[in-house]
Structure formats: C-alpha cells, structure tokens
Design a protein around this ligand. Structure first.
Ligand code: SF4
Ligand code: F3S
Length: 129
C-alpha cells in the first residue's frame, strides 16, 4: 500500500505534505508533487495536511491506476523535496478547478540554485591613439 498524490495538487503545490512526511518520499515536478510508492510507509499523516485534499490512500476511489502509475513513474525522475516552499501565488484559485490533469507538466522542478550567470567578457574597445 502507498499514498498517492492526485489531480488537485497540479498548480496548487502547497507542500504542507512535505513537512510531515517522516521518510521524505515526496518528489517535485514543475507543477505537482508525487509520492514514491516504494518509500512511502503508509503512515497517512500527509493526507489531512493537504489543503487541496489531493492525497489519497491507494485503496481510495481517487487513487486510480492513472495516478498510481504517474506517482511511480515521476518519483523516479523528479528531484526529492524535503522542505516546504511557498505555494504558487494563485494556488487558492487553482484549488478545486476541474480539468487540471490536462495541465500536468512532466518536467522536473526547476533547481533553484542561484547561479550567477557567467558574464561573457566583451573585448574592450581598442582606443587607437
Ligand atoms: Fe510520507 Fe506517510 Fe504520506 Fe507516505 S503516507 S507520503 S510516508 S507522510
Ligand atoms: Fe500537493 Fe497537497 Fe502536497 S497540494 S504539494 S499534495 S500539500
């Protein structure tokens, strides 16, 4: 058994779930999170923490094969997330909106390393005297 992240996480991504998971088994995509089914210990503490009610036990009606497969697939591809982060600015507007499944992004979360862009050095203009 495992718990599964489902459609309403898309574009809500509140990340309250991440804070409570004792085994850090959430993985982050561009616009939703998934749970690694082999790492989840079925404790259930994340389920009531989600403001979007997007987490379900795998024997609940919301945990369809589609979402089970999606959680398994992308938990192998996306980076682990272990700390809460700010939700998207319009998360509350997205909460409960229908049809979000078509807006699922397979992209991993962007890595927010503040890398300084290498500034290409342009040759200084030559001053001919
Ligand atoms: Fe983590 Fe427990 Fe939720 Fe599984 S059920 S994802 S172990 S908090
Ligand atoms: Fe998604 Fe709910 Fe967690 S919206 S990020 S499953 S708290």
């Amino acid at each position: 058994m495992t718990f599964v992240v489902t459609e309403n996480c898309i574009k809500c991504k509140y990340t309250d779930c991440v804070e409570v998971c004792p085994v850090d088994c959430f993985y982050e995509g561009e616009n939703m999170l998934v749970i690694h089914p082999d790492e989840c210990i079925d404790c259930g503490v994340c389920e009531p923490e989600c403001p979007a009610e997007a987490i379900a036990a795998d024997n609940a009606p919301a945990a369809t094969d589609f979402w089970l497969d999606l959680n398994r697939k992308y938990s192998e591809l996306w980076p682990n997330i272990v700390a809460r982060k700010p939700a998207p600015a319009d998360a509350d507007e997205q909460n409960g909106r229908e049809g979000k499944v078509s807006e699922f992004s397979p992209e991993p979360a962007s890595q927010e390393d503040d890398q300084d862009d290498a500034v290409s050095e342009e040759p200084a203009s030559v001053c001919n005297q």
